[in-house]
Write a protein that binds this ligand. Structure first.
Ligand SMILES: C[S@@+](CC[C@H](N)C(=O)[O-])C[C@H]1O[C@@H](n2cnc3c(N)ncnc32)[C@H](O)[C@@H]1O
Length: 314
């Protein structure tokens, strides 16, 4: 990743305090705003320059966006922005305390028009509940989209339950957020819709990520054969699952790296688990180079590896 991007990049996966301590991240206490799916960072850079007294956090999943956005932010000399490569839906719920956000922006999300893909749409009931939890009273969610039915659907979802005062969809006749996708769709002659939802009543959400690093000890001696048998170890339950995909053994047999996959309510993570010989026995823990959020599925995978090794030895 380019140096400019590194200056703005945060890795909340590594934080041991969740939700995040944002005043510590920015070194000040200021109104906090979030953009999900910031693309090449045009809006993020514009908004951060427009509101130097606010702090902005962007979430994206596409790696190339970080290089472009980082360059843009650095060229503008902005210090009040951070960004992270995390699914914005998960990040919004897990990283921000209740009532801590002033604005949340989403510009031109993929509408996932097919019915069988509807679950992938960003604005759904779960997202609306999260917004109602993390926005402060009077805080605003802003959605801009070129898809009329998506705007209608979002307005309907946000209006339900009395948590928001919703305006729109309103046809944007003047300028919108000024992003690449706004220009692209306007060039094609598409119309742009805006939905604003001001939070009037809070909601409760269950947060599932924790700061603690899980580890488990194996009292018995661990053999290479036991380590090689771990791939395929898996469990699934109504809200999650994990699977151990591969095992890489050190030549001296005193350490193994396990490639793992876990999912919690559809939030997916790839990571590694280390099994290592210590003076007092064997330890199973998360690998420090690829730390995932410590969700129930991740924690369960660490415990299950230790239990499988213990069983094998007995
Ligand atoms: C159509 S583009 C719009 C980009 C930008 N907002 C613009 O207006 O030019 C949608 C962006 O959202 C990102 N995205 C999709 N789902 C996301 C999620 N769950 N969390 C964060 N970013 C996401 C995609 O990678 C993509 O860059």
């Amino acid at each position: 990743m380019a140096l400019e991007a590194a200056r703005y990049l945060i890795r909340p996966q590594e934080w041991t305090e969740l939700p995040g301590n944002w005043p510590a991240v920015f070194g000040r206490r200021a109104p906090l705003a979030v953009e999900i799916g910031f693309g090449n960072g045009e809006f993020l850079a514009w908004a951060a320059a427009e509101h130097p007294d606010w702090d902005f956090v962007g979430f994206e999943v596409a790696l190339t966006c970080f290089v472009k956005a980082g360059r843009r932010l650095a060229q503008a000399g902005l210090g009040n922005v951070r960004f992270a490569r995390v699914d914005g839906r998960f990040a919004l719920r897990e990283l921000f305390p209740d009532g801590s956000l002033t604005r949340v922006y989403v510009h031109f999300p993929c509408p996932w028009p097919k019915a069988r893909h509807a679950k992938r749409r960003l604005v759904n009931e779960e997202f609306a509940r999260t917004l109602a939890a993390v926005l402060e009273t009077g805080g605003v969610f802003e959605l801009n989209t070129d898809v009329d039915w998506y705007a209608e659907e979002a307005a309907r979802i946000l209006s339900a339950g009395g948590r928001f005062s919703v305006t729109g969809p309103v046809l944007l006749t003047g300028e919108g957020p000024g992003t690449r996708y706004e220009r692209k769709w306007r060039k094609e002659g598409r119309r742009i819709w805006r939905v604003l939802a001001e939070r009037v009543a809070p909601a409760q959400v269950e947060r599932i990520a924790e700061g603690d690093m899980p580890h488990a000890r194996v009292s018995a001696e661990v053999t290479a054969e036991a380590l090689e048998a771990l791939p395929g170890l898996q469990e699934s339950w109504p809200r999650g699952a994990f699977v151990i995909k591969e095992a890489f053994l050190a030549p001296d047999g005193r350490e193994a790296l396990l490639r793992a996959f876990a999912t919690d309510d559809g939030f997916q993570q790839h990571y590694f688990i280390v099994v290592a010989k210590e003076p007092a026995g064997w330890i199973v823990k998360l690998d420090g180079a690829t730390v995932p959020f410590r969700t129930p599925a991740v924690k369960r995978s660490v415990g299950a590896v230790a239990a499988a090794l213990e069983r094998k030895a007995s």
